[in-house]
Design a protein around this ligand. Structure first.
Ligand SMILES: Cc1ncc(COP(=O)(O)O)c(C=O)c1O
Length: 410
């Protein structure tokens, strides 16, 4: 059974099993005593899973072959497929995105201070801190949620060695501007592309920018390998260095030539990756369909704005990012409570910003003064469920909840 069939069957099952309630006014909301909209929770980041048969065949072949990890044939095939899909020379597959970030920053010889956004998943900052490199948080552009080049420029000191741009929500960082800053100040530039698999800038897929780019293939990402990650690059020497680093520094059986760690991707993870790669277009089509449906509905709700994707580019549409205006009748946090009561597990990513989490909060108690846009955006964003587990009927039902919340008396 192909993925299309699986997804259609699941959608049909949900439609017949679940009669979604009609929500016309605040009185119909679960928070006001009505039954919940969904019997099962709708998660942000529920995994997209490709064709089960293909995966199980690959799993069976791995068991028959007895080669479970250590750069096996499936991991090698996965690396080749990813590199050719992204149009880069090298893909170095890893056990997760965090280790991939750590290995990439180490291989680039970053030290001292590295400029990153605070409005990102904590791993971007932790990967640096773990190596005693100081993450320096620069503010974002509130229109894009990505690094503001002028803010990056302001945070440069004599100790700065590099910049990590994050392609937040799969929407590209200001690559050209960051490259110019890097050139002017002799800084190394890499990207955390964890959200950006299958997304492009100027028609070129993310993965080919900066000195290297890092992907996360965590289960919650649009494209997953259970857990996994990769660093991709066109730099032969850098790729070689990272291959050594992810395998304890081994060059041959008994010869260690580098301080390394264990960052290898397992065969079963690579099998999941190969399977999901085959269904990538379908995942994108579903995400786009849901995105369009959300866009239509949310456009008619005053006080809610959805972050758009540039339709002239490739997008994976994996995040439905909504900003709640101060004049909306319920606050962002109250709206999340309203949605949770309906079993819609909306999230306030990436609140409260890395600078407000430990150890950074204690290290730089006044960092927020330099991050007004980060603070403001983190206070107003809510991320809604999408992906292959969410149908357009679900999206319309979620939007009916939002519409009723908008009618709540202030
Ligand atoms: C922006 C960003 N960076 C890094 C990571 C870390 O990736 P992983 O969970 O694969 O370690 C994630 C996701 O988890 C992420 O969203």
């Amino acid at each position: 059974m192909g993925t299309t069939t699986t997804i259609r069957k699941t959608a049909a099952k949900v439609a017949t099993l679940t009669r979604l309630k009609q929500v016309r006014s605040p009185a119909d909301l679960a928070i006001n005593g009505a039954p919940a909209m969904f019997p099962e929770p709708l998660h942000v980041g529920r995994p997209n899973i490709g064709d089960h048969k293909s995966f199980l065949q690959r799993a069976s072949d791995i068991l028959d072959g007895g080669w479970l990890t250590n750069n096996g044939p499936v991991a090698q095939e996965f690396e080749q497929r990813v590199a050719s899909f992204l149009g880069v020379k090298h893909c170095v597959a890893m056990c997760n995105g965090t280790i991939a970030l750590e290995i990439a920053t180490r291989a680039l010889d970053l030290k001292g201070e590295v400029i990153v956004p605070s409005y990102t998943f904590i791993a971007t900052a932790h990967a640096l801190q773990w190596q005693e490199i100081t993450p320096i948080f620069a503010d974002i552009d509130p229109a894009t949620h990505n690094l503001d080049p002028a803010a990056v420029w302001r945070m440069i000191t004599p100790r700065t060695t590099g910049i990590i741009g994050v392609h937040l929500w799969g929407r590209p960082s200001p690559v050209k501007e960051l490259e110019a800053i890097g050139r002017e100040h002799d800084l190394r530039l890499m990207f955390d592309a964890s959200h950006g698999f299958g997304c492009s800038l100027g028609g070129k897929l993310l993965g080919g920018f900066g000195e290297c780019e890092v992907f996360s293939f965590h289960a919650t990402k649009f494209f997953n390998t259970f857990e996994g990650g990769a660093v991709v690059t066109d730099n032969d020497a850098l790729a070689e260095k990272m291959r050594l680093m992810r395998n304890f520094g081994f060059s041959g059986y008994d010869n260690v030539i580098y301080p390394g760690t264990n960052g290898k991707m397992t065969e079963i993870a690579a099998a999941m990756g190969l399977t999901n790669l085959e269904d990538l277009e379908e995942f994108i089509a579903i995400n786009r369909r849901n995105y369009k449906c959300y866009q239509n509905c949310i456009a008619s709700i005053p006080g809610l704005t959805m972050l758009g994707y540039d339709e002239s580019e490739h997008n994976n549409y994996q995040y439905i990012v909504v900003e709640v205006a101060p004049y909306f009748p319920v606050s962002r946090d109250r709206m999340i409570e309203v949605l949770r009561a309906e079993n819609v597990l909306a999230r306030r990513y990436f609140w409260p910003g890395c600078h407000n989490m430990e150890p950074y909060r204690s290290f730089y108690p006044h960092a927020g003064l330099l991050l007004p846009k980060t603070n403001a955006v983190a206070e107003r964003v809510v991320v809604l469920p999408t992906g292959s587990a969410v149908s357009t009927a679900d999206v319309e039902a979620i939007c009916s909840i939002l519409r009723a919340a908008a009618l709540t008396p202030r």
